[in-house]
Ligand binder design. Structure first.
Ligand code: F6P
Length: 496
């Protein structure tokens, strides 16, 4: 078991005192990388904390494990696989990179063929997938495709038919391409949605609906068996985890709607973050420092959640994306050796957009009894064409929240109007929001999750926790299952 005693004994010096004691605090606790400015000065990180986490990182062989990740070793031991999403961005083991580039070339060629009319007159792209097969593409298209895109894209994940009906409204079945995104090609929600779209196309007059389908998958045989022609199957390696797959063919809707150049820029932004993560010393390694901050709050202050608030409408889907990335990766109860982990693992990630969240949940953040370490994310270049008052107002709100949470305000005569202060926040400020910067921002979070997992001694790349519920849902769907009285009654009430 790793020795956390030095970390658990770290003092909690108030943030304002940390600033008062160190005129260089801002410079020393901020960094600029890949078009992103990171400011950790309003967190409780200190040199002592970074030294303690660096010692733990040495004990847990972070640099060795980082190298194992980059060299394509089998680090997802519970599933007996390497982890190669980094190769999708051109980093990693040469063979993995070559394989990923070959598959990207195949995706690009198919997109070119679609553009030249090989699949008929396509105006709409309907992407069905769930979890990592939807959250990433949805984030990319929503963040970067707000202005004119080459195709109208809808992404449907929920098996609730309402979601599919909403998406299909306004789509012309004779001008729709269906992208079925599923690493396994067995996920019931996705396959049911895909079947229903095929039926909708057929009912809408498309003679050969499967001729309008593209499959994005690590299980090409299953896609072919389902009915997709081999030439329209875009495979990716099964060593690319679902929640890490937006860089592979799962990114198809972004690549077709935004154009290949934008997709390539996305990969390059991520690669820049990867190179930094691989080479920088721990005390100046941006994802590592961010992870040290996460662990300070979960292990020292016992914070159970962390909040991500994006002060940019284009990033409104980022908190949901990070929820899967962080909670599915590090929401584990056993170590990589299968022992009880014995300490809190991933914080519960939640969040929203500023300024909306300020008028809904920030009361608790300022005065409630929970301390929630926050991450504010803003973009300097406005995404709107309105007068500059909007953007100034937006960003000034973000800056003011971080300042107010830290400073607080005493009010001995009126406790209801007092603010305890000393509430931590990190700010990430992007120069602009383009594909390259977004790629770097997402890769930063991935590498930060990796460091968290290594220091906690867990496997960040499996997700067995989701299986039991899936099995029981399948049993219920077949009319069977050994259910408790409450669940049996609920099923009976719903279906008789
Ligand atoms: O149930 C969880 C999960 O396996 C995620 O890890 C994954 O992103 C999602 O389901 C979808 O899986 P698939 O891409 O195989 O359809």
């Amino acid at each position: 078991m790793a020795d956390w005693s030095a970390i658990e004994a770290l003092p909690r010096t108030p943030l304002v005192d940390l600033f008062a004691a160190d005129p260089d605090r801002l410079t020393r606790y901020s960094a600029d990388l890949a078009g992103l400015h990171f400011d950790w000065s309003k967190t409780h990180l200190t040199d002592e904390a970074i030294a303690a986490f660096s010692a733990l990182a040495r004990e847990q062989d972070l640099t060795g494990k980082r190298e194992a990740l980059f060299s394509g070793k089998v680090i997802n031991v519970t599933e007996g696989r390497a982890v190669t999403h980094i190769a999708e961005r051109g980093e990693g083991a040469p063979d993995d990179v070559a394989a990923a580039q070959g598959l990207h070339a195949r995706m690009r060629a198919l997109i070119d063929a679609i553009e030249s009319g090989a699949m008929g007159p396509i105006r709409h792209v309907l992407h069905v997938g769930i979890g990592g097969s939807a959250l990433g593409p949805d984030l990319l298209v929503d963040a970067l495709g707000r202005e004119e895109t080459r195709y109208e894209v809808a992404i449907v994940s929920n098996v609730d038919g309402v979601a599919l009906e909403d998406a299909l409204r306004g789509f012309d079945p004779t001008a729709t391409l269906l992208a079925v995104a599923s690493k396994t090609f067995t996920t019931t929600e996705t396959m049911l949605n895909a079947d229903s779209v095929v039926e909708w196309m057929r009912a809408g007059g498309v003679e050969d609906p499967y001729g309008r389908v593209v499959a994005l998958t690590a299980s090409p045989d299953k896609a072919i068996e389902w009915g997709v022609d081999e030439t329209r199957v875009l495979p990716f390696a099964d060593t690319v985890g679902g929640r890490y797959s937006l860089w592979s063919s799962i990114g198809f809707p972004a690549a077709i709607a935004l154009g290949w150049d934008a997709f390539a820029e996305l990969l390059e932004g991520a690669a820049e973050m990867d190179r930094h993560f691989r080479l920088a010393a721990l005390h100046e390694n941006v994802p590592a420092i961010a992870a040290f901050g996460d662990l300070y709050y979960t292990q020292v202050l016992h914070c159970e959640t962390r909040g991500v608030f994006c002060y940019d409408e284009r990033l409104r889907l980022l908190p949901s994306y990070l929820q899967q990335l962080e909670m599915e990766s590090n929401g584990k109860g056993v170590t990589i050796e299968g022992e009880p982990v014995g300490r809190p693992t991933a914080a519960i990630t939640w969040g929203g957009v500023g300024t909306d969240a300020q008028h809904a949940v920030f009361q608790l953040l300022h005065q409630g009894t929970h301390v929630v370490p926050l991450e504010f994310i803003g973009v300097i270049e406005p995404g709107d064409m309105l007068n500059e008052e909007h953007h100034r107002n937006l960003l000034n709100n973000m800056f003011a929240q971080g300042a107010a949470l830290m400073k607080g305000k005493a009010n001995p005569d009126d406790p209801a109007r007092a603010y305890p202060g000393d509430r931590p926040s990190t700010t990430i400020l992007a120069d602009t929001l383009d594909a390259r910067t977004l790629g770097a921002l997402i890769a930063f979070h991935e590498q930060r999750v990796f460091v968290n997992g290594v220091l906690l001694g867990i496997n960040s790349f499996d997700q067995f926790g989701v299986e039991l519920g899936k099995e029981m849902a399948k049993a219920a769907q077949k009319g069977g299952g050994d259910f408790d009285p409450s669940t049996t009654d609920l099923i009976k009430r719903a279906f008789g």
